[in-house]
Design a protein around this ligand. Structure first.
Ligand code: PLP
Ligand code: SF4
Length: 336
């Protein structure tokens, strides 16, 4: 592959110069040209977006590569399947402030930005009205006011989109504003950026998160061991050295990580860098993603088998998000 990438590219450049053209992706990876037309059609509904550091981890010439499958638009996405909807989590009803979701006790989730560094085809936010949820200064003040006025909230979760797509100076202000609220003890950041563009983990970012009085956790999103290369590992090591707790959530996806071997390799690779598995989600029934689905029974068997091969702390909780419930629903497993 001949990619115009040097070690000097800043994360902002990598974020703004992602691959958005299906033909470019397919040619860069030496894949069959007949994948182009369906990819272009499916990308109309939800654009293709792949940052170059992630592209480099995809094996050229392999249409079944588990990383490629997470990003390549397919004609299967345009099929309508009963039960698959545009807002599977019915989040609209828990929005007391624009961009703020207060659904679980003690925790609020803030939707910081619509932008993601990568567009994952199975994402439940693929139909999210991000433009209506853009976070301006007034909206941030309104969120802060909500959090300040409810002392039962002890944890703030920055989500998105990708909350680390904001600049370090902005991040510093956000963290500063939250640490000024006495009842906030914990900060959690749900981000895929340290994995897809590890250059995002700047010395400044580490300093901002590491020096805050808030107990800070970064919940990564990695679905396959191949997503973690040396550079990602290096970024994770630096985060750990700054006392940031590292967890991972993954989504169980047909053809990507639906085997005991793959899930085992993922847990082991993550733990090599100090990351503990947290949740393994079954797919949300989002329109356009039905081809990734795995029946509950099969998912429960897989995780049961994983329990039979790994120490307990390397087995993620198999879970689903059901609207109207006060927490994620953990699925029972059959130990195999
Ligand atoms: C998933 C989620 C959380 C976090 O749940 P945990 O079980 O604490 O990880 C919080 N708020 C909302 C709205 C969520 O969807
Ligand atoms: S990074 Fe997360 S929010 Fe963004 S598209 Fe992927 S799964 Fe969805």
């Amino acid at each position: 592959m001949n990619l115009p990438l040097t070690a000097l590219d800043s994360w902002q450049q990598l974020l703004s110069h992602t691959i958005d053209d299906p033909a470019e992706l397919i040619r860069a990876l030496d894949l069959p040209e007949d994948l182009i037309a369906p990819a272009q059609a499916a990308a109309q509904g939800f654009p293709l977006r792949v940052p170059t550091p992630y592209l480099r981890r995809i094996e050229p010439g392999n249409p079944d590569d588990p990383l490629l499958k997470q990003v390549l638009p397919l004609s299967a996405e345009t099929r309508k399947v009963a039960g698959y909807v545009t807002d599977p989590l019915a989040e609209a009803q828990f929005n007391p402030r624009q961009g703020l979701v207060h659904k679980y006790q003690g925790r609020v989730l803030l939707i910081m930005t619509g932008a993601c560094a990568i567009n994952c085809r199975y994402c439940f936010r693929r139909h999210f009205p991000y433009d209506e949820n853009r976070l301006g200064p007034e909206q941030w003040q309104s969120m802060l006011e909500y959090i300040r006025s409810d002392t039962s909230i002890s944890e703030v979760i920055l989500s998105g989109g990708d909350p680390l797509a904001v600049s370090d100076s902005r991040l510093q202000r956000l963290v500063g504003d939250l640490s000024a609220i006495p009842h906030i003890k914990r900060l959690r950041i749900h981000s895929r950026l340290p994995v897809v563009i590890p250059q995002r983990v700047t010395a400044e970012m580490i300093d901002i998160l590491g020096s805050s009085r808030l107990l800070t956790t970064l919940v990564l999103h990695v679905n396959h061991a191949n997503e973690v290369d040396e550079q990602v590992g290096h970024a994770l090591t630096q985060l750990r050295q700054a006392n940031i707790t590292l967890l991972n959530q993954a989504v169980l996806l047909r053809g990507i990580n639906d085997s005991v071997d793959s899930l085992k390799a993922l847990s082991e690779e993550l733990f090599n860098w100090g990351v503990l598995p947290y949740y393994l989600f079954v797919l949300d029934p989002v329109e356009g993603a039905a081809h990734f689905d795995i029946p509950d029974e099969e998912a429960q068997q897989l995780v049961g088998q994983l329990q039979g091969t790994l120490p307990g702390y390397l087995v993620p909780r198999l879970a689903r998000e059901i609207p109207d419930r006060p927490a994620k629903t953990v699925l029972p497993t059959v130990i195999g």
